[in-house]
Design a protein around this ligand. Structure first.
Ligand SMILES: [Zn+2]
Length: 192
């Protein structure tokens, strides 16, 4: 039985690399993969999914208004796996649409992304994935102190941890540092 998977991790946990490796593994088994990324993530150009270790692939970009069920039925129904990178930027409705595809078409959908934003609160898409995904797993990354990183700290121009601002900071990937909660609480009051 196919499942909806949510594979979450903090920044720097190699989520994108794992998404691309997973795509490669399916393709090696002669399966056709539809790679999706929400339009809001513009840091690597419009249609490229790129990991820090250099892997990259072109992807189909979905806007927030796009009905993924319809998109799949009309243009990509020959694909037998769907992989989503930066899935935290999906809308809750789009997560439901992906779940419907899993059930109606019996194909696996694997979503890779962050669980929480820089204020430690869930992204709406990630919240919906925690609610309805059938398989949830964590991709771990490490804080500089050695503990597991659970917070995606956002830094300002001076290297200070910021805790206010909009949830999405477009093009600001290098402004984020994975930290454990203890270090995050400490650095909220001092420069790194
Ligand atoms: Zn730490």
């Amino acid at each position: 039985m196919a499942k909806l998977y949510f594979k979450f991790g903090a920044m720097g946990s190699s989520k994108t690399a794992q998404a691309l490796i997973t795509k490669f593994n399916y393709e090696e088994r002669n399966m056709k993969v539809l790679l999706l990324k929400p339009a809001i993530d513009t840091r690597d150009g419009n249609d490229v999914v790129k990991s820090r270790i250099g892997l990259k692939e072109s992807a189909v970009v979905v806007g927030a208004e796009e009905d993924i069920g319809k998109l799949y039925a009309e243009r990509y129904s020959d694909c037998n796996v769907i992989i989503v990178d930066e899935c935290q930027f999906l809308t809750p409705e789009q997560v439901d649409q992906l779940s419907d595809i899993v059930i109606e078409r019996d194909i696996p959908v694997l979503c890779f992304g962050l669980s929480t934003d820089f204020t430690t609160h869930l992204f709406p898409g990630s919240k919906r994935l925690f609610e309805i995904a059938e398989s949830i797993s964590e991709i771990k990354s490490v804080c500089t102190c050695g503990a597991k990183a659970t917070v995606n700290a956002r830094l300002d121009d001076n290297g200070r941890v910021v805790t206010e601002g909009s949830q999405i900071c477009i093009g600001g990937n290098d402004r984020y540092v994975p930290m454990c909660r203890r270090c995050w609480l400490k650095y909220k009051t001092q420069t790194l």
